[in-house]
Design a protein around this ligand. Structure first.
Ligand SMILES: [Zn+2]
Length: 149
């Protein structure tokens, strides 16, 4: 998966290597604005072609393994920015807890351990990320739900 920050680095390197004196001068802010409008209008026409193509294409559900990998990546990204919601709060919010989360919730561990992503170390994640018909059956586990169970 490409990292958007890598894309930024590429553009920064290209900008550093370019010589602005070789670029054609912009005639005026109005000329630049007109170029921008023309570019946006052209892009709008491209979107129309893609919308037509999408309208005649059969909609397919994402594969369970893809859903699992996306979920894992999103949770990892969320955990980078701070602690996850504690399990009691997750349960109070209406989401069921998978069997391991439930076991942790009913023990008297601290808030930090209640905010750990236990599905991250579960075999359900490993199988769910690699298989589209994974033999996993834990009730309430997101990786099992992605399998359509
Ligand atoms: Zn789980």
């Amino acid at each position: 998966m490409s990292n958007p920050r890598d894309d930024d680095a590429l553009f920064e390197r290209l900008a550093a290597e370019s010589n602005p004196s070789e670029l054609p001068p912009e005639s005026s802010p109005a000329g630049l604005r007109n170029k921008l409008y023309a570019s946006l209008a052209a892009r709008q026409r491209d979107d129309g072609a893609f919308e037509t193509l999408a309208a005649v294409t059969t909609r397919e559900a994402a594969m369970p393994s893809l859903k699992s990998r996306i979920y894992s990546a999103l949770l990892a990204r969320q955990a980078e920015s701070g602690p996850l919601l504690a399990l009691p709060a997750v349960k109070a919010g209406g989401r069921g807890l998978c069997v391991f989360e439930h076991l942790v919730r009913i023990t008297s561990v601290g808030e930090k351990l209640q905010s750990f992503n236990y599905c991250r170390i579960c075999h359900a994640r490993v199988l769910g990320e690699r298989m589209n018909h994974a033999p996993i059956y834990w009730p309430q586990c997101p990786y099992v739900r992605f399998q359509g169970r």
